[in-house]
Design a protein around this ligand. Sequence first.
Ligand SMILES: NC(=O)c1ccc[n+]([C@@H]2O[C@H](COP(=O)([O-])OP(=O)(O)OC[C@H]3O[C@@H](n4cnc5c(N)ncnc54)[C@H](O)[C@@H]3O)[C@@H](O)[C@H]2O)c1
Length: 340
Amino acid sequence: MNILVTGGCGFVGTNLSIFLKKKGFKISSLDNFERKGSKLNYRILKKLRIKNYNLDISNYHSFQKLPKFDFIIDCCAEAAVEVSKNEIDRVINTNLMGTLNILKKAKKDGSKIIFLSSSRVYSIRSLNKIVKNKKIKKKIKIKKKIKENFDVLLPKSIYGFTKLSSEMLIEEFSFAFSLKYIINRCGVISGPLQFGKQDQGFLSLWLWRHLSQKKLSYIGYGGFGNQVRDVLHINDLCDLVLIQIRKFRKINNQTFNVGGGKESNISLKDLTQICQKITGKKIYISKRPSTSAYDIPYFITDNSKVTKTYGWKPINSIFDIINDTYKWLDKNKLILKKYL
Ligand SMILES: NC(=O)c1ccc[n+]([C@@H]2O[C@H](COP(=O)([O-])OP(=O)(O)OC[C@H]3O[C@@H](n4cnc5c(N)ncnc54)[C@H](O)[C@@H]3O)[C@@H](O)[C@H]2O)c1
Protein backbone atom coordinates (compact mmCIF):
# COMPACT_ATOMS: atom_id res chain seq x y z
CA MET A 1 0.00 0.00 0.00
CA ASN A 2 1.24 3.41 -1.08
CA ILE A 3 0.83 6.19 1.52
CA LEU A 4 1.56 9.94 1.37
CA VAL A 5 2.12 11.58 4.74
CA THR A 6 1.73 15.35 4.35
CA GLY A 7 3.72 17.30 6.94
CA GLY A 8 5.82 14.14 6.91
CA CYS A 9 8.87 15.80 8.49
CA GLY A 10 6.90 17.31 11.38
CA PHE A 11 6.56 15.70 14.80
CA VAL A 12 3.51 13.54 14.07
CA GLY A 13 4.36 13.04 10.39
CA THR A 14 7.90 11.72 10.99
CA ASN A 15 6.83 9.38 13.76
CA LEU A 16 3.99 8.02 11.62
CA SER A 17 6.20 7.69 8.54
CA ILE A 18 8.88 5.72 10.43
CA PHE A 19 6.29 3.52 12.17
CA LEU A 20 4.30 2.70 9.01
CA LYS A 21 7.46 2.14 6.93
CA LYS A 22 8.61 -0.42 9.53
CA LYS A 23 5.18 -2.11 9.20
CA GLY A 24 5.87 -2.63 5.48
CA PHE A 25 3.96 0.24 3.84
CA LYS A 26 5.45 2.30 1.00
CA ILE A 27 5.71 5.79 2.48
CA SER A 28 6.31 9.19 0.86
CA SER A 29 6.37 12.52 2.66
CA LEU A 30 5.43 16.05 1.65
CA ASP A 31 6.98 18.88 3.69
CA ASN A 32 8.41 22.31 2.89
CA PHE A 33 10.37 22.51 6.20
CA GLU A 34 8.32 25.43 7.47
CA ARG A 35 8.70 24.19 11.06
CA LYS A 36 12.06 24.57 12.74
CA GLY A 37 13.38 21.06 13.30
CA SER A 38 11.66 19.44 10.34
CA LYS A 39 14.95 19.39 8.41
CA LEU A 40 16.48 17.39 11.24
CA ASN A 41 13.60 14.90 11.17
CA TYR A 42 14.05 14.59 7.40
CA ARG A 43 17.52 13.11 7.99
CA ILE A 44 15.82 10.12 9.66
CA LEU A 45 13.40 9.68 6.76
CA LYS A 46 16.28 9.85 4.30
CA LYS A 47 18.09 7.03 6.09
CA LEU A 48 14.92 4.93 5.76
CA ARG A 49 14.74 5.81 2.04
CA ILE A 50 11.49 7.74 2.47
CA LYS A 51 11.17 10.34 -0.27
CA ASN A 52 10.12 13.86 0.70
CA TYR A 53 8.42 16.17 -1.80
CA ASN A 54 9.66 19.58 -0.75
CA LEU A 55 6.69 21.70 -1.77
CA ASP A 56 4.09 23.99 -0.30
CA ILE A 57 0.81 22.13 0.26
CA SER A 58 -1.12 25.23 -0.84
CA ASN A 59 0.48 25.10 -4.30
CA TYR A 60 -2.31 23.43 -6.28
CA HIS A 61 -0.39 22.80 -9.52
CA SER A 62 2.72 21.24 -7.97
CA PHE A 63 0.59 19.11 -5.66
CA GLN A 64 -1.60 17.70 -8.45
CA LYS A 65 1.55 16.53 -10.29
CA LEU A 66 2.45 14.07 -7.51
CA PRO A 67 1.92 10.36 -8.19
CA LYS A 68 -1.19 8.46 -7.10
CA PHE A 69 -1.46 7.29 -3.47
CA ASP A 70 -3.82 4.76 -1.88
CA PHE A 71 -3.93 6.77 1.36
CA ILE A 72 -3.15 10.38 2.22
CA ILE A 73 -2.53 10.95 5.94
CA ASP A 74 -2.79 14.69 6.40
CA CYS A 75 -0.43 15.90 9.15
CA CYS A 76 0.46 19.16 7.40
CA ALA A 77 -0.47 22.33 9.24
CA GLU A 78 0.65 25.40 11.04
CA ALA A 79 -0.12 23.66 14.31
CA ALA A 80 0.21 26.60 16.72
CA VAL A 81 -3.12 28.14 17.77
CA GLU A 82 -1.53 31.46 18.76
CA VAL A 83 0.28 31.88 15.41
CA SER A 84 -3.08 31.72 13.66
CA LYS A 85 -4.02 35.07 15.21
CA ASN A 86 -1.11 36.84 13.53
CA GLU A 87 -0.42 34.93 10.33
CA ILE A 88 -3.97 34.47 9.11
CA ASP A 89 -3.24 34.16 5.37
CA ARG A 90 -0.49 31.57 5.78
CA VAL A 91 -2.55 29.54 8.26
CA ILE A 92 -5.61 29.53 6.00
CA ASN A 93 -3.50 28.67 2.95
CA THR A 94 -1.70 25.79 4.66
CA ASN A 95 -4.44 24.43 6.88
CA LEU A 96 -7.52 24.96 4.73
CA MET A 97 -6.43 25.43 1.10
CA GLY A 98 -3.96 22.59 1.70
CA THR A 99 -6.87 20.32 2.65
CA LEU A 100 -8.78 21.41 -0.46
CA ASN A 101 -5.80 20.51 -2.66
CA ILE A 102 -5.56 17.11 -0.99
CA LEU A 103 -9.27 16.52 -1.54
CA LYS A 104 -9.13 17.44 -5.23
CA LYS A 105 -6.27 15.03 -5.76
CA ALA A 106 -7.89 12.30 -3.65
CA LYS A 107 -11.09 12.66 -5.70
CA LYS A 108 -9.12 12.27 -8.96
CA ASP A 109 -7.04 9.31 -7.73
CA GLY A 110 -9.59 7.55 -5.49
CA SER A 111 -7.30 7.95 -2.44
CA LYS A 112 -8.58 7.47 1.09
CA ILE A 113 -7.92 10.16 3.69
CA ILE A 114 -6.95 10.18 7.36
CA PHE A 115 -7.10 13.75 8.65
CA LEU A 116 -5.33 14.94 11.78
CA SER A 117 -7.81 17.40 13.20
CA SER A 118 -7.73 19.01 16.60
CA SER A 119 -9.56 19.36 19.89
CA ARG A 120 -9.42 23.08 19.12
CA VAL A 121 -12.49 22.71 16.87
CA TYR A 122 -14.49 23.16 20.10
CA SER A 123 -15.78 26.54 21.18
CA ILE A 124 -13.44 28.49 23.46
CA ARG A 125 -16.31 30.10 25.40
CA SER A 126 -17.96 26.74 26.06
CA LEU A 127 -14.65 25.20 27.15
CA ASN A 128 -14.06 28.19 29.44
CA LYS A 129 -17.34 27.44 31.22
CA ILE A 130 -15.93 24.14 32.55
CA VAL A 131 -13.47 25.92 34.85
CA LYS A 132 -15.14 29.20 35.71
CA ASN A 133 -12.49 31.00 37.78
CA LYS A 134 -10.18 33.37 35.97
CA LYS A 135 -7.54 32.70 38.63
CA ILE A 136 -7.02 28.98 39.19
CA LYS A 137 -5.41 28.85 42.62
CA LYS A 138 -5.91 25.14 43.35
CA LYS A 139 -5.43 21.89 41.50
CA ILE A 140 -8.38 21.28 39.12
CA LYS A 141 -10.50 18.18 39.81
CA ILE A 142 -10.73 16.13 36.62
CA LYS A 143 -14.43 15.63 36.01
CA LYS A 144 -15.78 16.68 32.63
CA LYS A 145 -14.54 14.89 29.51
CA ILE A 146 -15.09 16.31 26.04
CA LYS A 147 -17.12 14.23 23.58
CA GLU A 148 -17.48 14.65 19.81
CA ASN A 149 -20.86 16.39 20.28
CA PHE A 150 -19.40 19.28 22.34
CA ASP A 151 -20.17 22.80 21.02
CA VAL A 152 -18.30 23.71 17.82
CA LEU A 153 -20.41 26.74 16.92
CA LEU A 154 -18.92 29.67 18.83
CA PRO A 155 -15.43 31.06 18.05
CA LYS A 156 -12.61 28.58 18.34
CA SER A 157 -9.53 30.51 17.04
CA ILE A 158 -8.50 30.89 13.40
CA TYR A 159 -6.55 27.63 13.78
CA GLY A 160 -9.65 25.82 15.10
CA PHE A 161 -11.70 27.35 12.30
CA THR A 162 -9.30 25.98 9.66
CA LYS A 163 -9.51 22.53 11.24
CA LEU A 164 -13.32 22.51 11.52
CA SER A 165 -13.76 23.90 8.00
CA SER A 166 -11.31 21.28 6.67
CA GLU A 167 -13.43 18.62 8.36
CA MET A 168 -16.55 20.08 6.72
CA LEU A 169 -14.88 20.14 3.29
CA ILE A 170 -13.89 16.49 3.73
CA GLU A 171 -17.51 15.63 4.60
CA GLU A 172 -18.76 17.53 1.52
CA PHE A 173 -16.34 15.65 -0.77
CA SER A 174 -17.43 12.42 0.85
CA PHE A 175 -21.12 13.23 0.30
CA ALA A 176 -20.74 14.44 -3.28
CA PHE A 177 -17.95 12.18 -4.60
CA SER A 178 -18.01 9.14 -2.25
CA LEU A 179 -14.54 9.96 -0.93
CA LYS A 180 -13.78 7.90 2.17
CA TYR A 181 -12.17 9.38 5.28
CA ILE A 182 -11.38 9.17 8.97
CA ILE A 183 -11.04 12.33 11.07
CA ASN A 184 -9.08 12.19 14.35
CA ARG A 185 -9.65 15.22 16.58
CA CYS A 186 -6.49 15.03 18.67
CA GLY A 187 -5.75 16.78 21.94
CA VAL A 188 -2.12 17.42 22.91
CA ILE A 189 0.25 14.81 21.47
CA SER A 190 3.82 14.47 22.70
CA GLY A 191 6.92 12.31 22.48
CA PRO A 192 10.30 12.09 20.72
CA LEU A 193 10.97 14.23 17.60
CA GLN A 194 8.78 17.08 18.88
CA PHE A 195 10.36 20.53 18.70
CA GLY A 196 8.33 22.22 21.43
CA LYS A 197 7.85 25.98 21.37
CA GLN A 198 5.98 28.38 23.61
CA ASP A 199 2.74 28.14 21.68
CA GLN A 200 2.89 24.47 20.68
CA GLY A 201 4.31 21.32 22.26
CA PHE A 202 4.38 22.47 25.91
CA LEU A 203 5.60 19.16 27.39
CA SER A 204 8.65 18.99 25.15
CA LEU A 205 9.32 22.71 25.69
CA TRP A 206 9.09 22.34 29.50
CA LEU A 207 11.56 19.46 29.53
CA TRP A 208 13.96 21.22 27.16
CA ARG A 209 13.97 24.47 29.15
CA HIS A 210 14.79 22.50 32.32
CA LEU A 211 17.47 20.49 30.56
CA SER A 212 19.10 23.57 29.05
CA GLN A 213 18.43 25.73 32.16
CA LYS A 214 16.46 28.47 30.44
CA LYS A 215 13.54 30.47 31.86
CA LEU A 216 9.83 29.65 31.64
CA SER A 217 6.56 31.36 32.58
CA TYR A 218 3.23 30.22 33.92
CA ILE A 219 0.96 32.19 31.61
CA GLY A 220 -2.66 32.91 32.45
CA TYR A 221 -5.25 31.96 35.05
CA GLY A 222 -3.44 33.98 37.70
CA GLY A 223 -0.01 32.53 36.85
CA PHE A 224 -0.30 29.56 39.22
CA GLY A 225 0.36 26.87 36.61
CA ASN A 226 -2.80 24.93 37.45
CA GLN A 227 -4.23 24.72 33.93
CA VAL A 228 -4.65 21.12 32.75
CA ARG A 229 -4.33 19.20 29.48
CA ASP A 230 -4.49 15.55 28.65
CA VAL A 231 -1.53 14.27 26.64
CA LEU A 232 -1.32 11.37 24.18
CA HIS A 233 1.92 9.48 23.51
CA ILE A 234 2.79 9.61 19.81
CA ASN A 235 3.26 5.81 19.87
CA ASP A 236 -0.36 5.37 20.92
CA LEU A 237 -1.48 7.56 18.02
CA CYS A 238 0.68 5.50 15.61
CA ASP A 239 -0.95 2.29 16.88
CA LEU A 240 -4.41 3.79 16.34
CA VAL A 241 -3.66 4.95 12.78
CA LEU A 242 -2.38 1.47 11.89
CA ILE A 243 -5.63 -0.07 13.17
CA GLN A 244 -7.60 2.55 11.22
CA ILE A 245 -5.78 1.69 7.98
CA ARG A 246 -6.26 -2.04 8.51
CA LYS A 247 -9.98 -1.67 9.32
CA PHE A 248 -10.66 1.12 6.83
CA ARG A 249 -12.76 -0.97 4.47
CA LYS A 250 -15.30 -1.61 7.26
CA ILE A 251 -14.89 1.54 9.36
CA ASN A 252 -14.77 4.88 7.53
CA ASN A 253 -16.46 8.28 7.28
CA GLN A 254 -16.21 8.75 11.05
CA THR A 255 -14.92 11.48 13.34
CA PHE A 256 -13.22 10.58 16.62
CA ASN A 257 -11.91 12.44 19.63
CA VAL A 258 -8.46 11.05 20.39
CA GLY A 259 -6.45 12.01 23.46
CA GLY A 260 -4.69 10.95 26.61
CA GLY A 261 -7.97 11.18 28.54
CA LYS A 262 -8.52 10.96 32.26
CA GLU A 263 -5.62 8.52 32.63
CA SER A 264 -2.93 10.77 31.14
CA ASN A 265 -3.12 14.45 31.99
CA ILE A 266 -1.07 17.03 33.83
CA SER A 267 -0.96 20.62 35.05
CA LEU A 268 2.06 22.85 34.35
CA LYS A 269 2.83 22.96 38.06
CA ASP A 270 2.98 19.16 38.32
CA LEU A 271 4.98 19.00 35.10
CA THR A 272 7.54 21.36 36.64
CA GLN A 273 8.01 19.03 39.62
CA ILE A 274 8.55 16.02 37.37
CA CYS A 275 10.94 17.99 35.13
CA GLN A 276 12.97 18.98 38.20
CA LYS A 277 13.16 15.36 39.30
CA ILE A 278 14.04 13.89 35.92
CA THR A 279 16.62 16.52 34.88
CA GLY A 280 17.95 17.25 38.39
CA LYS A 281 17.68 20.95 37.49
CA LYS A 282 15.58 23.81 38.85
CA ILE A 283 14.88 26.88 36.72
CA TYR A 284 13.22 30.27 37.28
CA ILE A 285 9.53 30.24 36.36
CA SER A 286 7.88 33.65 36.31
CA LYS A 287 4.15 34.33 36.71
CA ARG A 288 2.17 36.09 33.98
CA PRO A 289 -1.41 36.28 35.32
CA SER A 290 -3.29 37.04 32.09
CA THR A 291 -3.36 35.15 28.84
CA SER A 292 -4.53 35.28 25.23
CA ALA A 293 -8.21 35.11 24.24
CA TYR A 294 -7.29 31.85 22.47
CA ASP A 295 -6.10 30.09 25.64
CA ILE A 296 -8.20 27.51 27.50
CA PRO A 297 -7.77 26.35 31.11
CA TYR A 298 -8.77 22.71 30.73
CA PHE A 299 -9.12 19.95 28.17
CA ILE A 300 -9.69 16.25 28.85
CA THR A 301 -10.70 14.00 25.96
CA ASP A 302 -13.54 11.52 26.11
CA ASN A 303 -12.12 8.56 24.16
CA SER A 304 -15.21 6.38 24.51
CA LYS A 305 -16.23 6.48 20.81
CA VAL A 306 -12.77 5.59 19.47
CA THR A 307 -12.33 2.91 22.16
CA LYS A 308 -15.73 1.36 21.43
CA THR A 309 -15.13 1.42 17.67
CA TYR A 310 -11.61 0.00 17.53
CA GLY A 311 -10.95 -1.48 20.98
CA TRP A 312 -8.04 1.02 21.13
CA LYS A 313 -7.09 3.08 24.15
CA PRO A 314 -3.84 4.80 25.10
CA ILE A 315 -1.45 2.50 26.93
CA ASN A 316 1.26 5.04 27.81
CA SER A 317 0.92 7.06 31.01
CA ILE A 318 1.93 10.70 31.38
CA PHE A 319 5.15 9.44 33.02
CA ASP A 320 5.97 7.27 29.97
CA ILE A 321 5.45 10.30 27.71
CA ILE A 322 7.68 12.55 29.84
CA ASN A 323 10.33 9.85 30.17
CA ASP A 324 10.49 9.01 26.44
CA THR A 325 10.55 12.68 25.41
CA TYR A 326 13.27 13.42 27.96
CA LYS A 327 15.44 10.52 26.76
CA TRP A 328 15.28 11.79 23.17
CA LEU A 329 16.03 15.41 24.18
CA ASP A 330 18.91 14.41 26.43
CA LYS A 331 20.49 12.02 23.90
CA ASN A 332 20.36 14.62 21.10
CA LYS A 333 20.92 17.80 23.14
CA LEU A 334 24.03 18.96 21.27
CA ILE A 335 22.37 19.01 17.88
CA LEU A 336 18.97 20.10 19.23
CA LYS A 337 20.53 23.30 20.63
CA LYS A 338 20.58 24.69 17.08
CA TYR A 339 16.88 24.08 16.62
CA LEU A 340 15.25 24.77 20.00
N1 LIG B 1 1.12 17.99 18.14
C1 LIG B 1 -0.06 18.14 18.69
O1 LIG B 1 -0.16 18.23 19.93
C2 LIG B 1 -1.30 18.16 17.85
C3 LIG B 1 -2.55 18.15 18.50
C4 LIG B 1 -3.71 18.16 17.72
C5 LIG B 1 -3.65 18.17 16.35
N2 LIG B 1 -2.42 18.20 15.74
C6 LIG B 1 -2.38 18.21 14.27
O2 LIG B 1 -1.54 17.16 13.84
C7 LIG B 1 -0.85 17.55 12.66
C8 LIG B 1 0.64 17.39 12.88
O3 LIG B 1 1.05 18.26 13.94
P1 LIG B 1 2.56 18.30 14.42
O4 LIG B 1 2.57 18.46 15.87
O5 LIG B 1 3.30 17.19 13.80
O6 LIG B 1 3.02 19.69 13.79
P2 LIG B 1 4.45 20.04 13.14
O7 LIG B 1 4.50 21.52 13.05
O8 LIG B 1 5.53 19.35 13.88
O9 LIG B 1 4.34 19.38 11.69
C9 LIG B 1 3.71 20.02 10.61
C10 LIG B 1 4.63 19.90 9.40
O10 LIG B 1 4.00 20.55 8.30
C11 LIG B 1 5.01 21.28 7.59
N3 LIG B 1 4.37 22.40 6.89
C12 LIG B 1 3.84 23.52 7.45
N4 LIG B 1 3.33 24.32 6.48
C13 LIG B 1 3.53 23.67 5.31
C14 LIG B 1 3.20 23.97 3.95
N5 LIG B 1 2.57 25.10 3.62
N6 LIG B 1 3.55 23.09 2.99
C15 LIG B 1 4.20 21.93 3.31
N7 LIG B 1 4.54 21.60 4.56
C16 LIG B 1 4.20 22.46 5.56
C17 LIG B 1 5.99 21.74 8.63
O11 LIG B 1 7.27 22.01 8.10
C18 LIG B 1 5.99 20.57 9.62
O12 LIG B 1 7.04 19.68 9.34
C19 LIG B 1 -1.29 18.98 12.37
O13 LIG B 1 -2.34 18.96 11.45
C20 LIG B 1 -1.78 19.49 13.71
O14 LIG B 1 -2.72 20.50 13.55
C21 LIG B 1 -1.25 18.19 16.46
